[in-house]
Design a binder for this molecule. Structure first.
Ligand SMILES: Cc1cc2nc3c(=O)[nH]c(=O)nc-3n(C[C@H](O)[C@H](O)[C@H](O)COP(=O)(O)OP(=O)(O)OC[C@H]3O[C@@H](n4cnc5c(N)ncnc54)[C@H](O)[C@@H]3O)c2cc1C
Length: 302
């Protein structure tokens, strides 16, 4: 989608929004797949209600991009704009046990910053790429922990009410890779309440998680993490592995040889290649185990 109306572009500039025309989402996603559209970089939270009203009034559809590490995006020209929060400085500030974190903050840096200040709990998230906003939306988790456990309060743009709101953690349901936020709510900031732990102890936990990741995941290859959620009481990766599907390819889209639930872009995979591989694996698992796997990766399809 290309914005060309000079009046609209001037209104965006007035709201402090940076217009980045023809942005290739292949360059913004960890899978390295995705077509082009205009990206709007938001620099001020207080401008968001007016920005979204403006886009709605012009019937301009949009999607929110965090770090792009859990997305499979369609190729070609995309029929929606992409909104992204600009990084702010400082990304994290501390008040006792509470970390105030901007949604655009890098998740790994946030975990490290808190660790250096003797605040732990999030060791398992150290290797999860992306932003804190994306982690909140997905309720990112690993090695027995999830970010939702520590959420005291979220500042967000509530699409239904068309305004900024502060939501206390006990009013949000955080489940396995699922949250009760509405699909078009936009996370802006979060207060995390973290347990005190000596830095050395946190570091030890981080090292253990890093080692587990290095031993089991195709780090350094283009992926979006796990493609499927684990069904209750089962492992999607184990089922795919048992079917001998590691290494299976459609074009350059490939089931990782290292972790059967990671599908990698081994070169110039298209969205169609990846989708076809996902559909094939899903069908094989359904036939063999009678289980229909649910996507963990978020699909942005036309
Ligand atoms: C190598 C690798 C390992 C991974 N390991 C794990 C793991 O162990 N555990 C795990 O849970 N995940 C894992 N992931 C997946 C991914 O990193 C997480 O889901 C991450 O939290 C997504 O954050 P993001 O900022 O990149 O979100 P994006 O991919 O940009 O977006 C994901 C979803 O969140 C929405 N979103 C993003 N930001 C906002 C916002 N501010 N407001 C509203 N909605 C927003 C998007 O619209 C989209 O629906 C892994 C991915 C990779 C590549």
């Amino acid at each position: 989608m290309r914005l060309e109306d000079p009046k609209l572009l001037a209104a965006l500039a007035e709201l402090g929004v940076e217009h980045r025309p023809d942005t290739a989402l292949a360059g913004e996603t960890s899978l390295g797949i995705g077509g082009t559209t205009d990206l709007l970089l938001i620099r001020r939270h207080d401008a968001i209600p007016d920005l979204l009203k403006l886009l709605d009034s012009q019937h301009l559809p949009h999607k929110f991009l965090g770090g792009g590490s859990n997305l499979l995006v369609q190729d070609g020209e995309l029929p929606w704009l992409v909104l992204q929060l600009a990084r702010s400085e400082p990304e994290v500030t501390l008040e006792g046990h509470i970390a105030h974190v901007d949604a655009a903050a890098d998740l790994g840096r946030t975990v490290t910053f808190c660790a250096k200040n003797d605040l732990g709990g999030m060791e398992g998230l150290i290797g999860v790429p992306g932003t804190v906003g994306g982690a909140l939306r997905m309720n990112a988790g690993a090695y027995g922990m999830q970010i939702g456990t520590y959420v005291r309060e979220v500042k967000l743009y509530r699409a239904a009410e068309r305004r900024l709101e502060i939501l206390s953690g006990d009013r949000i349901s955080f489940e396995y890779r699922h949250t009760s936020f509405a699909p078009d709510d936009m996370m802006l900031a979060v207060k995390l309440e973290l347990p005190s732990k000596p830095f050395k102890e946190i570091l030890q936990g981080i090292r253990i998680c890093n080692e587990k990741r290095r031993a089991s995941q195709p780090l350094g290859q283009k992926s979006a993490g796990c493609i499927f959620k684990n069904p209750s009481g089962a492992s999607a990766g184990r089922m795919i592995d048992e079917l001998g599907l590691k290494g299976l390819s459609v074009g350059d889209a490939r089931v990782s040889n290292r972790h059967a639930n990671f599908f990698v872009n081994a070169g110039r995979a298209s969205a169609a290649d990846m989708l076809s591989l996902i559909a094939h694996v899903r069908e094989r698992v359904a036939k063999a185990f009678g289980i229909t796997l649910e996507h963990e990766v978020v699909l942005w399809l036309v």
